[in-house]
Design a protein around this ligand. Sequence first.
Ligand code: TPP
Ligand code: MG
Length: 209
Amino acid sequence: MVKRHECLKHLATIVASDEIVVSGIGHNEWDNLHPSDSNLFIGAMGYVAPLSFGMALALPKRRVVSMEGDGSILMGIGVLATIGWKKPTNLILLIFDNESFESPGGLPTSTSQNTDLVAIGKSCGVNSMGCASLEEFKKCIEVAFSSQGPHIICAKVESGTLRVPPGTVDGQEGKYRFVRYIESREGRNILAPTPLSPNSKKIDGSEQK
Ligand SMILES: Cc1ncc(C[n+]2csc(CCOP(=O)(O)OP(=O)(O)O)c2C)c(N)n1
Ligand SMILES: [Mg+2]
C-alpha cells in the first residue's frame, strides 16, 4: 500500500495551476502542497464526484480532478453510471481507498470486504485503474493525464493523515474564492446578484440585461 500524502506530492508536480481540483478528504494536505484559487473543498461525503462531474460538463476545456475517500465515493456511487454514460473527457476521479471511514474513527467500509471500486468503474464504462504502490500510482497518473477521460484511479492507501498547518480560508470563503476565480477566468456570471426579472416594470425606461 501507498501513503496518500506520497500520491499527493507526486500529483502536485503534475497538476497545472489553473486546473480544477475538487477534494473532500485530503484537502488540507493538497492545499498545502498546491495552493490555488482553483482548489475547491467539499466537506460533504458523496458530493465530490457529482460536483466534479457537473463542472467537467460545464467547463469542457478545463481538466477537473476530483479526489475523495472510499467512504465518500460509496455514498454517491450511482454517479459513476452517469459518468460512464456521458463520458466527460476532461474528468479524472482519484479515490484514496483505505478501506475505512478513517477520519471519524476507522470503522471499515465495504471495500475491506467484497466491493471492488475499479470493477464498478469498469462496469460503468469508465477507464478504471487500480494501484497500490507509488510507482503504480505514477503510471496511472501518466495515463490519465495523457489520454482522454473519464478516468478513475483507485489507490489502495494506508491509513494516516499528515499533520499540516490548517487552511487559511473556511469552507464558505473557499467556495466564493473558487466561484470568483471561475467567473473571472471564464467570463461567466455564476453567483452575482440576480438581475431584474424580464417581466418587471422598469421605472426609469432603461433596458436591463
Ligand atoms: C454526508 C456526510 N456524512 C458524514 C460526514 C462525517 N465524516 C467526515 S469524514 C467521514 C469518513 C470519510 O470516509 P472516507 O471518505 O473513506 O475518508 P477517510 O476518512 O477514510 O480518509 C465521515 C463519516 C460527512 N463529512 N459527510
Ligand atoms: Mg476511507
